[in-house]
Design a protein. Structure first.
Length: 461
């Protein structure tokens, strides 16, 4: 029998058992960063010692990819001198992203541990609006002037490049710090040493504004093949850069928030299992109350048609069939439109095209479901002949036409509501599937009984 393969965790436990600091350091420093992060997750009691045994550079690399709860725990339990070394070595943008998730009292204490220059940079970044590009950017980049030669540029890269977030792109600035161009490093490598920078400048560059929303940064990266984009103020003064890794984190957070909102809850700012119980209740209860109140209107709508229900009890049996079809179609349309808006595939200016498309879609889908509903009601009369008496055809028509109307209404409501919210500068994701379904439930009842009254007036009603 072949021996079982030794896992990373097994080897780590063997190293711990040796109780030799140098052996532990050597083991950790020879692992991939992602593997060390896995050890942190699997060994909560050892997460601080693991970080402490790493070189500062590797500790920073591991800390950056950890989830927020682990980061908080590590910073809370590390010795102050280790915390200071870790925070000072963190890139400014990653440090800012971490600090903005902490209580103000904790931020004040941690900022005191920073070097004077790092403290100045951090306070500057924290001064920008929450969720703005300014919070994402780093001041660690390589810049040159138009009057430099390529040889001088390469010397500058060698001198300061190791402290920069990336050297894939070099930034050309004017005498007042204004952005002139961004040039890929390959252009300098391929050019002759005596070539002047101004000979390589073409003025074609994309910038982010420091007060732009972070979602705009994600869209800019998606539309341009860049690993980094410059950030400027309203006067085109270069303030920093945003790199693709930060934008990917933001995109993941935005995606998670939208999924949670579509599910009918406020966005969770912590992992599900780490969120305090009562905080989770506060996140979920308001939407449930709103949806419950909405459903009360459904009961009110039914009470309005109380006489019709008393006369034709069979109408009450078909209510779940009718309103569920409208809620499902509305949820479908809402989800599709929200996703398309998030991906930049549609804008609110295209609302009429979307309306026309969903109008046709609602008619076709409503026709399909209406036909199914008609056939179900009509054929059921052969199984239970006494149920519909001699009014089978009328009741089948009520079912079919009602389903058509409700599905059409649900589709139009689900597609237009996100656009309406976006127009009001609200988050379209809040027009979640449960919210749309509740709204369509109320109107679906009105549509259903109005159609029933129209078809059955003078006979059953």
């Amino acid at each position: 029998m072949e021996p079982e393969e030794t896992t990373l965790q097994d080897r780590f436990e063997e190293v711990i058992a040796a109780d030799d600091k140098l052996v532990i350091q050597d083991f950790l420093n020879h692992q991939n960063i992602s593997d060390v992060a896995e050890l942190v997750y699997n060994n909560e009691d050892w997460e601080c010692p693991i970080i402490s045994h790493l070189s500062t550079h590797r500790a920073v690399s591991v800390f950056k990819i950890l989830e927020l709860p682990e980061q908080k725990r590590i910073i809370r339990n590390l010795p102050s001198f280790t915390t200071a070394a870790l925070l000072n070595a963190l890139p400014a943008d990653d440090r800012t992203a971490f600090l903005e998730e902490l209580p103000k009292e904790a931020v004040r204490d941690l900022i005191k541990l920073l070097d004077v220059e790092e403290r100045k940079i951090t306070l500057s970044l924290l001064g920008y609006p929450e969720n703005s590009v300014g919070r994402l950017m780093t001041p660690d980049y390589v810049y040159v002037h138009e009057s430099n030669t390529v040889a001088e540029v390469l010397d500058i890269i060698r001198r300061v490049g190791k402290n920069s977030e990336t050297i894939d792109v070099i930034y050309v600035i004017g005498s007042n710090g204004e952005l002139v161009d961004d040039i890929r490093i390959r252009e300098f490598i391929l050019a002759r040493p005596e070539t002047m920078v101004n000979e390589l400048v073409d003025g074609r560059y994309i910038t982010l504004k420091v007060n732009d929303d972070q979602e705009q940064a994600a869209e800019a990266f998606k539309m341009n093949n860049r690993v980094a984009l410059p950030v400027t103020d309203d006067n085109n003064i270069l303030l920093g850069i945003v790199t693709i890794d930060d934008v990917l984190w933001i995109a993941e957070e935005e995606f998670s928030e939208d999924i949670q909102k579509i599910g009918g809850t406020e966005a969770l700012d912590e992992p599900y299992l780490d969120m305090p119980f009562w905080k989770l209740i506060r996140k979920r209860a308001p939407w449930l109350v709103i949806l419950f109140v909405g459903e009360l209107f459904t009961a009110s709508a039914m009470s309005f048609f109380e006489d019709e229900i008393k006369k034709v009890l069979v109408l009450n049996m078909l209510v779940p069939l009718i309103i569920s079809s409208g809620g499902n179609s509305g949820s479908q349309a809402s989800t599709l439109v929200i996703q398309a808006m998030a991906k930049g595939e549609i804008t609110i200016a295209e609302w009429l095209r979307i309306f026309n498309r969903e109008l046709k879609t609602g008619l076709v889908l409503g026709g399909i479901l209406g036909a199914v509903g008609f056939m179900r009601t009509y054929l059921w009369s052969f199984i239970q002949p006494h149920l519909y008496s001699s009014y089978t055809l009328q009741l089948a028509l009520v079912t079919g036409v009602s389903v058509l109307g409700v599905v059409l209404w649900g589709t139009l409501t689900g597609s237009m509501l996100p656009i309406f919210l976006k127009k009001l500068r609200l988050d379209p994701a809040t027009s979640s599937a449960p919210f749309v379904a509740t709204l369509v439930d109320v109107t679906g009842i009105i549509i259903y009984f109005s159609v029933a009254f129209l078809f059955l007036k003078g006979t059953l009603l």
